[in-house]
Design a protein around this ligand. Sequence first.
Ligand code: UD1
Ligand code: CA
Length: 455
Amino acid sequence: MKITTIILAAGKGTRMCSDLPKVLHKIANRPLLRHVYDMSYQLNNNAIKIVYGHGANLVRKVLADIDVSWVEQKQQLGTGHAVQQVSDQISDSDIVLILYGDVPLLKLATVKGLLANVSDKTLALLTVKLKNPTGYGRIVRDSSGKVTKIVEEKDASITEKEIVEGNTGIMAVEGNKLKKWLNQLSNHNAQGEYYLTDIIEMAVADQITIITTQPESVDEVLGVNNRIQLSHLERVYQQEQAIMLMERGVTLMDPVRFDLRGTIVKLGIDIVCDVNVIIEGENSIGNNVIIGANTHIKNSIIGDNVEILANCIIENSVVGQGCKIGPYARLRPETVLAENVHIGNFVELKKSTVASFSKINHLSYIGDATVGAQVNIGAGTITCNYDGVNKFRTIIEDGAFIGSDTQLIAPVTVGKNATIGAGSTITRDSPENQLTLSRAKQMTLAGWKRPVKHD
Ligand code: UD1
Ligand code: CA
């Protein structure tokens, strides 16, 4: 069975009140259209075509990496017109699956169920019973319960409007039949549009049976037309992910205050996330990891037995096993911590490697640095890595002790087991095993008196 999936994504999405085309709005930081693509991509033997129109350049640019053929619909004359644009790319024997680019949470299992109902005698249609079907096309059935047609809300009679079974728009049918019916569409209706839904009546006239199925949950077929619906589907999606993580051994202190905007490719067990944790991009998290409240982790690898206290930001970094981070620590891109490193409060690291058992516990900036093992960096230490034009590296060798409030003017090397006295400005390499300091001598002026005011 060869499938051609057509994703309709040309609409503007006026009610989003946005410069961004609707299908580029995001759920879990992934464009709506990308969700639909990622789901349909999992079908075997499937050629995906996307009908695009509004925001054409931007849509194609944002989704430049996906494996589809793009079909432009210059004017949006209706869903039937949209599918017509793909007609000449459909083979007679294909099974054509119609999806919407603004219906992001449809499940693969639902689509597979739909496809299983397609034959040369049938058309498969996904419908949904709705408490409030306003805006949806209604599924009209005869006295024996057989589907006879779909009527759009704006064309519906008062009795038809009472039908609560709505059209999701998602359907599948053989290519030869679809192409024939597409040729017969007209726009003689309330909206002056070419309705794809009109093919149902044509199918019935051709003795084709309409087989309907329903999704497990209504949320699967909800479209995004405004930002209220977008936020609803974001919460639905996040809840699903939270459940998936809890099932795999993660404790979420509050599943509604946890967001996964990406994937955890490698996920350990006994991970505990406090409230308001955000995990973004592609990550790996080991066993027995504790993640404190309000922590944001992005594209990072977190080893086993790591403890991250509250309010940390970790991006494109590697945190080795047994590390202790935060609270209020920031690991900027290309930070690599080996095992058992301690990074304390108000410490910022960037493009730096820190070897095992080293400690940077308070108020420091360590950028473009290579820090050895068992190094102790005192409070308020700054690597001065930037002269306004170029960046330079600081090397701190194993066992070094950097006294508090030290500035290391890069490029500079602090030797193995060297000690730097507190308050130093280090401009030259400091030899191993010795104390180096640069500090003005302290003095006391005997008999000095504070000035007093004279009238
Ligand atoms: C459509 C269905 C309706 C169904 C509803 C479900 C028709 C005629 N009606 O109505 O029965 O209940 O979806 O949400 O099919 N699009 C294009 N090009 C166009 C028009 C639309 O690509 O010229 C795309 C839109 O971007 C969107 C999808 O098709 O992704 C549906 O279009 P929309 O205008 O929302 O259809 P509805 O009027 O809601
Ligand atoms: Ca719609």
